[in-house]
Design a protein around this ligand. Structure first.
Ligand code: FMN
Length: 211
């Protein structure tokens, strides 16, 4: 899946005053903050659940290398900023030294191709299951209301069989716990830079605000 930055009308005027097709717009350079891109075809962030023990893998290296291009932009899958931030099996983290190291071969490969790599910082909040949480604790959130149906967590048992289950009832955070969450993102951003990536936004869940 690709994302086109600043989608424009199907027809645009070229420098010579003639109409250009949207396809040509796609291949025009664009500046995004500090980053000069050579074209506007961007890899959208996609969770692929290919990490192992929260570490980035060689399969992920292959995935990102295949999609990197000279002057292009890749946005990583959501990468968790804390042990209690995971809501899917086999998602990677960016909160330990080992995790930072596991990303380095991937960022090196992508940079060698000439692409910019953004890391998407992620904490799933209540969109998790006790089986995915340290000590099987309740997921943390701003609310005690679970994610409503039809959204469900995907769990995989020891035999590799997957099942869909309702998200667990979360534990609302106390006000004094919130600085810790902010810190998760601060450290995640710092670690992303150390792993060789630039950082991007945090990921918002698709079902909107907690109630
Ligand atoms: C398999 C899959 C995994 C995704 N994982 C993420 C993710 O980790 N972070 C995120 O922000 N969006 C994620 N998305 C959303 C996509 O980045 C994209 O925004 C969404 O699919 C809409 O794009 P489209 O209109 O081109 O389909 C995911 C989508 C798919 C299909």
């Amino acid at each position: 899946m690709v994302t086109v930055i600043r989608a424009e009308s199907k027809k645009a005027m070229g420098d010579d005053g003639k109409e250009q097709s949207a396809g040509m717009e796609l291949m025009k350079p664009i500046q995004i903050g500090l980053h000069q891109l050579k074209h506007r075809v961007v890899l959208a962030p996609m969770t692929r659940c290919r990490a192992r023990d929260t570490l980035a893998t060689s399969l992920m290296n292959e995935y990102y290398s295949q999609r990197a291009s000279e002057g292009g932009l890749l946005i990583s899958e959501g990468v968790c900023v804390a042990a209690d931030g995971h809501g899917f099996m086999n998602t990677a983290g960016i909160y330990t030294n080992e995790q930072i190291e596991s990303w380095k071969p991937i960022t090196t490969a992508v940079h060698n191709i000439g692409a910019t790599f953004f890391l998407q910082l992620w904490h799933v909040g209540r969109a998790s299951h006790t089986e995915l949480q340290p000590g099987n604790a309740a997921p943390i959130s701003s609310t005690s209301m679970p994610v409503p149906m039809p959204w469900r967590a995907t769990l995989v048992d020891a035999d590799g069989k997957s099942s869909k289950q309702m998200y667990s009832t979360p534990r609302p955070l106390r006000t004094d716990e919130i600085p810790q969450i902010i810190d998760y993102f601060r450290i995640g951003a710092k670690n992303a830079l150390e792993a060789g990536k630039y950082l991007i936004s945090s990921r918002a869940p698709p079902w909107g605000e907690a109630q």
